[in-house]
Design a protein around this ligand. Structure first.
Ligand SMILES: O=C(O)c1cc(=O)[nH]c(=O)n1[C@@H]1O[C@H](COP(=O)(O)O)[C@@H](O)[C@H]1O
Length: 236
């Protein structure tokens, strides 16, 4: 089974990412490659991670017209990775196009398509940001529920949201995985606004966690990873 703890490799270079991963040699990790590292290290680095046995979550958060997203996802579908992302705010037709693109790319390569995860409201967004900056009226949780239901309709495999919203999503009986960032062992003061501990996230129904700085910036990353894992396991 895929490791439910996904580490966000938010590093500026391939060398930094590989140095971080050195102690994790025998750990069956799924690692998330986001915009910074992908733009710096590209597809060759994705293959390096796969050669070393890591599962890959390619997080490029596509948001464009359906035809452009379809074509990009057709390429991504051929990579043999585990997860990739689009923004819900691209709308249902764009999400459907993304799903088709992944399926067509994977079929072309004769492999399984990655899970398509849809970003609902970012965990750095709070109620005020959503209403004032994005000019989306109403309640943030209701917006996440609406976007997740749309993603489900469009054939997505999961959504990215705060663990705080998962109970409301489960109440809708959606056929989705709930991948939740904004995970912290204790209260923190960084840019994340909707924050949850790993144990609480599991109790709330998260399928998987995305964890970045609390592990990547720790003095002892492997020990930090084990603390998250222990809390996750204890919350069964
Ligand atoms: O798509 C994501 O992974 C994502 C969505 C979201 O709503 N919030 C969010 O923090 N993320 C990502 O999850 C990771 C969280 O990193 P830390 O805040 O360092 O734990 C980063 O790579 C973010 O890009």
């Amino acid at each position: 089974m895929t490791n439910p703890l996904i580490i966000a490799l938010d590093f500026p270079t391939e060398a930094d990412a590989l140095a971080f991963l050195a102690p994790f040699n025998n750990v069956p990790l799924t690692v998330k490659v986001g915009m910074e590292l992908f733009y710096a290290a590209g597809l060759d680095f994705i293959r390096t991670l796969q050669d070393r046995g890591f599962g890959v979550f390619l997080d490029l958060k596509l948001h464009d017209i359906p035809n452009t997203v379809y074509s990009a996802m057709k390429v991504i579908g051929q990579l043999g990775i585990q997860y990739t992302t689009v923004h819900a705010l691209g709308g249902q037709t764009m999400i459907e196009a993304a799903s088709r693109g992944l399926a067509d790319g994977a079929a072309h390569a004769g492999i399984l398509a990655p899970d398509l995860l849809v970003i609902t409201q970012l965990t750095s967004t709070d109620q005020t940001t959503m209403n004032r900056d994005l000019q989306i009226d109403g309640d943030l949780v209701q917006s996440v529920v609406h976007l997740a239901a749309m993603a489900d309709q469009a054939g997505a495999d999961g959504v990215v949201c705060s663990a705080l919203e998962v109970p409301d999503l489960q109440a809708r009986n959606l056929q989705l995985k709930y991948i939740t960032p904004g995970i912290r062992l204790a209260a923190s003061n960084d840019d994340q606004k909707r924050v949850v501990t790993p144990g609480r996230a599991r109790q709330l129904g998260s399928t998987g966690l995305v964890i970045g700085r609390p592990i990547t910036q720790a003095d002892h990353p492997l020990a930090a990873y084990h603390r998250f894992q222990t809390e996750w396991e204890a919350a069964k």
